[in-house]
Design a binder for this molecule. Structure first.
Ligand SMILES: CC(C)(COP(=O)(O)OP(=O)(O)OC[C@H]1O[C@@H](n2cnc3c(N)ncnc32)[C@H](O)[C@@H]1OP(=O)(O)O)[C@@H](O)C(=O)NCCC(=O)NCCS
Length: 281
């Protein structure tokens, strides 16, 4: 089906052929980096493109997300590696993508197109821009993560040559009966910054040190805490529960866990390719 979208690259403007009723019409779409005045529209588009529950587990569920993204672009020199591309038709933002440059990889964090403008080749145009950014920054890999239950989307990505390289599971920790145990000695060296960030945006990152149990990088979104560790020692769980009493605690594991203390929440797959195919299958 991808051949249906006949795409010509004209500098930063693409001309795509699409059906309007029974007529094949040519539409002009401009692809360019988002500027700070575009982020309110990009966030609106993003929030309309995903189910509310899915949004809540990401930074796009946080408050002041527009302001956060504006800061990322204004301070690109220090925050580094965040790229936002928009697709515009007659000046209106109809699709956007959020790309991260991480090590050797050009990683697609998000791509979304306005519901009323889908299946017109705008997604393909944004994938072209993704490839161009990877090439410009000499990246050797294009990568993305996608929820494992999104079969149609995975097939769409496969059409661009992306292949699943590994899986990742998220579990909620459901641990009872810890109330009477002593909480191990622990501290968060970046507590003040993390709390300020949490207050400003509704999400944060910090490092937790637990005596005799090591050091953990933690992500907090709203009242959800996520640790990229599979089997957590009880002391660490206990420390986090005492620090954030109302929070739900999630772990990320590279394999499926069969353990009563962990309740399945989500599965995602990492897809990669060293050469992004844009002509379709
Ligand atoms: C995934 C997504 C970005 C695709 O955007 P899109 O603009 O609809 O993508 P395209 O139009 O370029 O291609 C989609 C399909 O439409 C077809 N198409 C493109 N132009 C067409 C045209 N003129 N006529 C008919 N079909 C066309 C393509 O061939 C493709 O078909 P395929 O799925 O069989 O390969 C969009 O569906 C979306 O925003 N989804 C919700 C958010 C999301 O899940 N994002 C991904 C996770 S971050």
């Amino acid at each position: 089906m991808r051949q249906a979208a006949f795409v010509l690259i004209l500098r930063r403007t693409l001309r795509i052929w699409t059906w309007s009723g029974r007529k094949l019409v040519q539409v002009e779409m401009e692809i360019k980096s988002l500027t700070i005045t575009d982020f309110a529209d990009a966030v609106r588009l993003h929030q309309a493109s995903f189910p509310r529950k899915e949004i809540e587990r990401t930074i796009f569920g946080g408050k002041n997300i527009v302001n956060f993204l504006q800061n990322l672009t204004m301070h690109a020199g220090t925050t580094g590696g965040h790229q936002f591309i928009g697709s515009f038709q007659k000046g209106r933002l109809v699709g956007y993508s959020y790309i991260r440059l991480i090590d050797e990889s050009c990683h697609l964090n998000y791509i979304c197109v306005d519901q009323d403008f889908r299946k017109q080749g705008i997604g393909i145009g944004l994938m072209q821009a993704w490839r161009a950014i990877g090439e410009r920054y000499n990246k050797s890999l294009w990568s993305l993560d996608v929820k494992a239950d999104k079969g149609a989307l995975i097939r769409w990505y496969e059409g661009f040559g992306l292949r699943t390289t590994h899986e990742s599971y998220i579990y909620e920790v459901v641990q009872a009966g810890m109330k009477d145990q002593a909480v191990p000695l622990h501290f968060i060296p970046d507590w003040a910054q993390a709390e300020a960030f949490q207050e400003a945006y509704g999400f944060s990152r910090f490092t937790l040190h637990v005596k005799n149990h090591g050091r953990y990088d933690i992500r907090r979104i709203g009242d959800d805490i996520l640790i990229a560790e599979s089997m957590l020692r009880e002391g660490v769980i206990h420390a986090l529960k005492s620090l954030f009493p109302g929070a739900r605690l999630f772990v990320q594991s590279p394999e499926a866990l069969d353990d009563d203390r962990y309740s399945f929440a989500a599965k995602s797959v990492r897809m990669c390719t060293p050469t992004l195919e844009l002509n379709g299958p």
